[in-house]
Design a protein around this ligand. Structure first.
Ligand code: ASP
Length: 595
């Protein structure tokens, strides 16, 4: 039976019992973590938000409390009155902060009972994720989950304090709005009072934050939910949180240095880690050339080198034909991995087949020269350059890809990550941020046969590349930047088009007619006519940052109530069907999905 407190007041928290309380009466409230019955005396670990303390039921002190203690089970909610004592020498537990003390109970009140649990409330459990998500409120009682959400709270508070201190205003923007083209599908909400019309949930506050710049706010931020209807990959959620920032009268460098200072503050305040500054800055071109990816994990010191020029001269058909047909031939020097067996190298090919790799040429550098099935095809010039370009020395393993640039870069960057993490002491406590800047403005979408914006359509081209917009749009670089940490893109942004002409030009490159642009983004285009200042900003992925701060493996671990990969909430069972009446009110009819 559940009981109300009826005037009973907690005087201290379990985890804060200490020397100061010795000999004093306390009233504690919390959950029964465990019960040990030592024939006569009953010990209970009582847990609240702050931690655990041992409470003792001795029949000689209070027969009534002792009698009730017999009926206590795991996760019962109780209040106890008692006196704080030193634990006897032999029962001191140095592993917990309250381990020198215990509370001798005078009276106990059961505030609520608990059914048997689907999994134990312990730091390490075997329970699978589905059951943890269904009973998330129990999962969140576990220490590591609590720590992560508390770290997330600190992350948010630090962000607010820092940005407010820098003169930023936190301003909310609507959730019921129009489409913001961030490259995903929209979540739509039907409007009952406007039959046949829909709101879109924002993929980001991009357009509103730009309008706030036109409105003269100059420095805006918001910790905000964004909604993207995507096929979910490993670390994505249909709704996720951004630290969204926009500034006026700035260039890219200023946005970057502000963001850098914010991240340094966050890592310092939340986990006492000093991020090495300044963060390195790589152009997109350099990142792709040296690492094969725009989000290199700098904890792995291996790089790629390009052999396309020399590959045209060699007798090895795979290399030559890639080089002659507009492809690339690149090499990853996996340092000191020369001891890998033939079988282990074959397994590496399996790793990269999903990226389109068809083979994996390799060379082991040994004290007695090069060892490889392909050396016989390579000429002297190639092998000489091999040492120069890769910096190879005895013990190294050189791994090659010859294919289209996409396949070569994807396969080798995956190998770099996969093998690097396996062979090197890569630590989750080592943080190596970097900037990747000046991405291409446009990306060709082969399926749709048109250009799409690589960041989003409001990103400004680099001033010196504007003339290329007409001749070679694919060569135009953007005033854009991504912040990358340990292989994760944790944020991205750009300087925006504050010129209406350039913005229209951009839309036309994206195959969006003036008419369509006006229809979709007329309000923004119009605003650009009323003295829009130069402006730019960034959005940081709060979930990913929280995950990295707390050493987690998935953003679901740092979100209180996350959804599964299939966008389902196992706790509430959303999404769910609605009643015919609700559909009718919204003027909607369902078409059953095709089998
Ligand atoms: N709105 C962008 C995004 O969500 C970030 C930005 O450009 O500020 O990725």
């Amino acid at each position: 039976m559940a009981e109300f407190l009826n005037g009973l007041k907690r005087t201290e928290y379990c985890g804060r019992i200490g020397k100061k309380d010795l000999g004093n009466p306390v009233t504690l409230m919390g959950w029964v973590q465990s019960r040990r019955d030592h024939g006569g005396v009953i010990f209970i670990d009582l847990r609240d938000l702050t931690g655990i303390v041992q409470v003792v039921f001795n029949p000689d002190v209070s027969p009534e409390a002792h009698r009730i203690a017999h009926s206590l089970k795991d996760e019962y909610v109780i209040a106890v009155n008692g006196t704080v004592k030193n634990r006897p020498e032999d029962s001191i537990n140095e592993k917990i902060p309250t381990g020198y003390f215990e509370v001798m109970v005078d009276s106990v009140k059961i505030l609520n009972e608990s059914d048997p649990l689907p999994f134990p409330i312990e730091d390490e459990i075997d329970a699978g994720e589905p059951i943890r998500l269904k009973y998330r409120y129990l999962d969140l009682r576990r220490g590591p989950m609590r720590e992560r959400l508390i770290a997330r709270h600190k992350l948010m508070q630090t962000t607010r304090a820092f940005l407010s201190g820098e003169g930023f205003f936190e301003i909310e923007t609507p959730f019921l709005t129009r489409s913001t083209p961030e490259g995903a599908r929209d979540y739509l909400v039907p409007s009952r009072v406007n039959p046949g019309k829909f709101y879109a949930l924002p993929q980001s506050p991009q357009l509103f934050k730009q309008l706030l710049m036109v409105a003269g706010f100059e420095r805006y931020f918001q910790i905000v939910k964004c909604f993207r209807d995507e096929d979910l990959r490993a670390d994505r959620q249909p709704e996720f949180t951004q630290i969204d920032i926009e500034l006026s009268f700035v260039e890219a460098e200023e946005v970057r240095s502000l963001t850098e200072a914010l991240l340094v503050e966050i890592f310092d305040k939340v986990r006492g880690t000093h991020l090495p500054q300044p963060f390195p800055v790589l152009t997109y071109e350099e990142a792709m050339r040296r690492f094969g990816t725009d989000k290199p994990d700098l904890r792995i010191p291996w790089e790629l080198s390009d052999f396309t020029d020399l590959a045209k001269e060699v007798d090895f058909k795979v290399f030559r034909s890639a080089a002659e047909n507009g492809g690339l031939v690149k090499c990853l020097n996996a340092r000191l991995c020369g001891s890998l067996s033939r079988k282990e190298i074959d397994d590496l090919l399996e790793e990269i087949k999903p990226y389109g790799a068809k083979g994996l040429a390799w060379i082991k550098v040994t004290e007695n020269g090069l060892q490889s099935p392909i050396t016989k095809f390579l000429n002297k010039g190639f092998t000489e350059e091999l040492f120069k370009r890769t910096g190879a020395s005895s013990g190294d393993l050189l791994l090659f890809q010859a294919d289209t640039p996409e396949v070569v870069n994807a396969a080798l960057s995956h190998l770099r990550n996969h093998l690097g993490k396996r062979m090197l002491p890569v630590s989750k406590d080592d943080f190596r941020p970097l900037w990747v800047v000046n991405f291409p403005l446009l990306e060709y979408d082969a399926e749709e046969k048109r250009y799409v914006a690589m960041h989003h359509p409001f990103t400004a081209p680099m001033a010196e590349d504007i003339p290329l917009l007409d001749q070679e749009p694919s060569k135009v670089r953007a005033q854009s930047y991504d912040i990358v940490l340990n292989g994760y893109e944790i944020g991205g942004g750009s300087i925006r088009n504050h010129s209406r002409e350039v913005q229209y030009r951009m839309f036309s490159l994206l195959n969006i007619s003036e008419e369509e642009a006006n229809q979709k983004f007329g309000f923004l285009l119009e605003a650009l006519n009323f003295g829009a200042p130069p402006h730019g900003g960034i959005a940081l992925g709060l979930d990913r940052i929280a995950m990295l701060l707390s050493g987690g493996n998935s953003i679901r671990e740092v979100i209180a109530f996350p959804k599964t990969q299939r966008a389902v909430c196992l706790l509430t069972e959303a999404p769910s069907e609605v009643s015919p009446r609700q559909l009718q009110e919204l003027y909607l009819k369902l078409i059953p999905p095709r089998k």
